[in-house]
Design a protein. Structure first.
Length: 156
């Protein structure tokens, strides 16, 4: 470069004292990853509970070359679990789990209202309500789940 024209003098050129040592590896305090362990050698490694596929055929080169027979492959297959009869829910088969016992009524109740219609403070310890009929056939899921149980069905 021509120093008389000023081309090389105006460009910053660091000398040896300004150059920093750059190894490419950040210190642990300069990284964003922190897993709670200061020393990388303290992280450790958890081995699996038992070796993987050691008991299987085809681990060694000779076994891979020979291959597996169809009987060996079928011996490794697990059968599907048997399907239980019915849906397994409730007493009646072929339903969506509706119970058929003496604690579930067959007739749907209407809207349940407290004796004081919820206007006053409740003085009774028990929950008591009376059926006032289905209100416009628009019941919530909780109201539709209520059914009438005959008290005679409890005896016995």
């Amino acid at each position: 470069m021509n120093t008389a024209d000023g081309w090389g003098d105006d460009v910053y050129q660091p000398d040896a004292s300004d150059q920093r040592e750059d190894t490419g590896v950040l210190d642990s305090e300069d990284t964003l990853e922190y897993d709670g362990v200061d020393d990388p050698l303290d992280r450790g490694w958890s081995p699996p509970e038992r070796p993987w596929a050691v008991e299987h055929t085809g681990v060694t080169a000779a076994e891979r070359h020979a291959g597996e027979t169809l009987d060996q492959r079928l011996a490794e297959e697990l059968p599907d679990p048997p399907v239980p009869d019915g849906d397994g829910i409730g007493d009646s088969e072929g339903t969506d789990g509706e119970l058929l016992d003496n604690e579930v009524g067959a007739v749907r109740s209407g809207r349940l209202v407290a004796p004081d219609e919820g206007a006053h403070e409740d003085e009774e310890a028990a929950l008591i309500a009376s059926d006032v009929g289905i209100d416009g056939a628009a019941a919530s899921a909780e109201e539709a789940a209520m059914h009438i149980v005959d008290e005679e069905s409890f005896s016995g």
